[in-house]
Design a protein around this ligand. Structure first.
Ligand code: SPV
Ligand code: MG
Length: 294
């Protein structure tokens, strides 16, 4: 068992909803809404930096972005660590730094460097299982129970079958993975559902139903799943909203047409700016207690 809080959540097999966030603000909003865990999406983190989800953010940039999230929230953060951003040594270093930044878990996926977003047209290549197992073991040997290691299986994404996916998942658990993400870019959830039905290990499974959420509903009852990551809906809705605002402001120069819109008071309260006046009173000129020196 690794990071207890995240593992406890996943081990209830309650299909814990995990919110994909892309910065501290989206993470705060998720926590306030009641989510019990967060996913720092590589797609989200990259896109809000104007980068492509193809390994263009370095691991140290991701570390900084992830620490903005852990500083701002109190619920467990699972960081999408792509393929570890290098060999076992770099992957381990990245994981150790994430742990020190307050991250609860890292997900690494069995794609060759440089990674490509799973939804890109061209299939990416898988890393050989032995090399990938070395990355898992290196993290576990350094961090043991402190960090949850989630191994993400991309076999279905590249068109390999359930048997390959299962073989890989068993090997990753043997190497020390605490949980498995079985990913798919299909709109049909049947392969993912078969994988879940065949899985006989205690290590929880996590799903990311970006493309197959509609189809999943017919299988989900009875599926033993630890967590469900809603990876990029916050990002996508934000983009639509921002595009609409930009177009309307340019066209109308009238913010009233944008209502409902968060008040400044609400913006202040999201990050605690409204606490500052009382903090100013307490700390800005702290009264000095005079000692009696006689
Ligand atoms: C991410 O959020 O970056 C993911 C999930 O890896 S997905 O984009 O759905 O593959
Ligand atoms: Mg990703």
């Amino acid at each position: 068992m690794a990071n207890k809080t995240l593992n406890n959540l996943l081990s209830t097999y309650n299909r814990v909803p995990i919110l994909g966030c892309h910065d501290a603000l989206s993470a705060i909003i998720g926590e306030n809404a009641g989510f019990k865990a967060l996913w720092a999406s590589s797609l989200g983190l990259s896109t809000v930096q104007g980068r492509r989800d193809a390994g263009e953010l370095t691991w140290s940039e991701i570390l900084n972005l992830a620490s903005n999230i852990t500083d701002a929230t109190d619920i467990p953060l699972l960081v999408d660590g792509d393929n570890g951003h290098g060999d076992y040594n770099i992957t381990r270093l990245f994981a150790v730094k994430l742990f020190k930044a307050g991250v609860s878990g890292i997900s690494i996926e069995d794609q060759l460097f440089p990674k490509r977003n799973s939804f890109m047209e061209k299939n990416q290549e898988l890393e050989d299982a032995e090399t990938f197992c070395g990355k898992i073991a290196a993290i576990k040997d350094s961090l043991g129970e402190d960090l949850t290691v989630v191994a993400r299986v991309e076999a279905l994404v590249v068109g390999q079958g359930i048997d390959v996916a299962l073989d890989r998942a068993y090997a990753y658990v043997e190497a020390g993975a605490d949980a498995i993400i079985i990913h798919s870019k299909s709109s049909d959830a049947s392969d993912v559902a078969s994988f879940v039905q065949s899985w006989d290990q205690p290590n929880p499974l996590i799903l990311i139903p970006t493309s197959y959420h509609k189809s999943l509903s017919q299988y989900i009852v009875g599926l033993k799943v630890g967590g469900v990551v809603w990876a990029n809906q916050m990002l996508r809705v934000q983009v639509t909203a921002l595009q609409k605002v930009a177009a309307e402001l340019l066209a109308n120069q009238n913010p009233d047409t944008l209502e409902p819109m968060s008040s400044l008071k609400e913006i202040f309260s999201l990050v605690g700016l409204d606490n500052l006046p009382i903090e100013d009173l307490t700390y800005q000129r702290r009264s000095v207690i005079k000692k009696n020196h006689d």
